[in-house]
Write a new protein. Structure first.
Length: 222
């Protein structure tokens, strides 16, 4: 069976393939991306006010395109998988949240990950300076809302988190694995940043790993 991922993000595709293999939902399952159906530059406007709403927007958008185009690689009944994820910082009242991928964007330009990470740590430092000591903390967590979408009337949603705390400075970021904010989120229970975890370690405890396992478990039980 094909599952259509409503994203062109290669890192995300690889993570989900590994998660599905581990859980068993990936048995005889192939994850395809919009480009596999001749759909280029898939980037629907994320106008939702929550991770779940944005995940549904992406899933519905790709589902409708596949139904309209009916590419030879698509078969009716194949589901669309979409997720929306981001980093929520407690002291910043949950920012950047659903705007994590667009954080720091100006004039249509999205900063590279390292630049975005530096901007976030600078904003947090400025915020903490204005707070009394008892309210200062560096707690942050990833959120992932994942949708397995069969039709407008039939879809399944899983949402999970991954708790940690932001490092002090950009120079304190560590690790070369993962992507995005992974080098600057330290996980106390692991004693490492997310970017220092192996693929298997990350998929076992991360927000996307937990949500993906819930979806993969559903698929494996069918």
């Amino acid at each position: 069976m094909n599952i259509w991922l409503a994203s062109g993000n290669t890192h995300k595709k690889l993570e989900l393939e590994a998660i599905f293999r581990t859980k068993g939902g990936g048995r005889d399952t192939v994850i395809k991306v919009p480009a596999d159906a001749g759909i280029d530059n898939f980037d629907p406007p994320e106008t939702g006010s929550s991770f779940m709403e944005n995940a549904l927007i992406k899933a519905r958008s790709l589902y409708r395109l596949l139904k309209e185009k009916q590419p030879s690689s698509f078969r009716d009944g194949e589901p669309v998988l979409a997720d929306d994820s981001g980093l929520c910082v407690e002291a910043l009242e949950g920012r950047p949240g659903i705007f994590s991928a667009r954080y720091g964007a100006q004039d249509g330009r999205k900063p590279e990950a390292a630049e975005r990470n530096a901007l976030l740590l600078e904003e947090l430092a400025a915020c903490l300076e204005s707070l009394p000591p008892e309210k200062q903390n560096r707690k942050a967590h990833f959120v992932c809302a994942m949708v397995l979408y069969y039709s407008e009337e039939r879809f399944f949603i899983a949402q999970e988190t991954f708790e940690g705390e932001l490092v002090d400075t950009i120079g304190s970021g560590r690790g070369s694995g993962g992507f995005g904010y992974d080098p600057i989120l330290y996980i106390p229970s692991c004693g490492r940043t997310v970017a220092e975890l192996s693929e298997d370690e990350k998929n076992a405890v991360s927000h996307r790993g937990r949500a993906g396992k819930a979806i993969a478990g559903f698929l494996a039980s069918r």
